[in-house]
Structure formats: C-alpha cells, structure tokens
Design a protein around this ligand. Sequence first.
Ligand SMILES: N=c1c2ncn([C@@H]3O[C@H](COP(=O)(O)OP(=O)(O)OP(=O)(O)O)[C@@H](O)[C@H]3O)c2ncn1[C@@H]1O[C@H](COP(=O)(O)O)[C@@H](O)[C@H]1O
Length: 161
Amino acid sequence: MSEKTYIPAGEQGQVPASQIGATLEALAGTIHARRNAGDESYTHRLLTGNADSPLKKVVEESNEVALAAKDVEAARALLAGVSGHEGSHSGMVEAFAKQADAACDHLRYEAADVVYHLLVVLERYGIDIDEFAAELNNRMTDEERPAGAVRLHEEHVKRGK
Ligand SMILES: N=c1c2ncn([C@@H]3O[C@H](COP(=O)(O)OP(=O)(O)OP(=O)(O)O)[C@@H](O)[C@H]3O)c2ncn1[C@@H]1O[C@H](COP(=O)(O)O)[C@@H](O)[C@H]1O
C-alpha cells in the first residue's frame, strides 16, 4: 500500500499530526459563512432550501459508506483467497491488492461526504462545532478527554437523550 498522507513542502515541523480538530473547525466555519452566500453555493442551498434535502443527503451518504465498506471486505476476501497460494499468479495478487486499496480510498471519500453533510445539518439547526465537540467530550472518561476540552452543562446532558 502506498503512503497516502503528506505534509506539504515548507510546512514540515509546524503542524501537529493530523490537524483533524483544525480541519473540522475550518470546514464548520466555511459552512457557517455560507449562510450569507448566494444560491451558486451548494452549501447555501442545503442550509436555506427544503429541510429534507440535507437530511436525505446524510442518509444517502451514510448508505454509501456502508456499501463502500462492503466493497473493501469483498476485495480483501479476494486478496486473501489468492495470497500465499501456490500457483497464484503474482499479477492477480497485485490486481486484487490494488482493488482493495481503491475500495479503501472510496470508503474514505464517502466518509468525508457524510461528515460534511452532517456538519451542514448541525449548522442548519444551530448546533455549532463547540457544542458538538462537547457532546463527544462528555462521553469520554477523564483519561480519554483532552485537557481543557469543552463540556456540556449537566442540564443539557440529561435533556439530550
Ligand atoms: N466538503 C465539502 C463537500 N463534500 C461534498 N460536497 C458536495 O456534496 C455533493 C455530493 O453529491 P453526490 O451525492 O453527487 O455525491 P458524489 O460525491 O458526487 O458521489 P457519490 O457520493 O454519489 O458517490 C457534491 O456536490 C459535492 O461537491 C461538498 N461540498 C462542499 N464542501 C466544502 O464546503 C465548501 C463550500 O462549498 P460550496 O457549497 O461550493 O459553497 C467547499 O469549499 C468545501 O470545503
């Protein structure tokens, strides 16, 4: 499997590992700002149009994640079937390995579609990224939770079930 992630030239040594927190914050910020964009923005249309549209997209893209994951399973099963077997053609092993790798790429792609559309839904209903983070942080044990992480007030923990 090839190396899939990298830090752009000139930025090495300046950024922490994945930047996932900053990535989600930036995306949520962009989505929030699209409230004031025009109809040429897909995000704006999802935020201001028929309420069912972004909800349907979350369901649809979640389904795509499940289908993509099944494709990964199928590709890996094919690979396992030929790997290490005497008489297996090396070209076949390579082809199935490539197929499994591509299926993983597709799963990652669909997962990003879900997260984007989920953030659009949260924005639409006024749940900002801090509030969403607080929900996740509240579920963590003290050992798991990042130091100083935002939390939910107790009354909101009880209500939101
Ligand atoms: N992260 C995203 C993002 N992820 C997915 N999408 C859109 O979501 C739509 C998904 O459509 P489809 O159902 O056709 O899915 P697909 O990905 O084409 O294919 P499948 O999932 O069906 O396999 C596409 O129009 C994508 O462009 C996104 N649109 C916007 N963003 C971010 O939001 C910003 C603002 O975008 P505007 O909407 O252009 O203002 C962008 O700069 C991006 O940072």
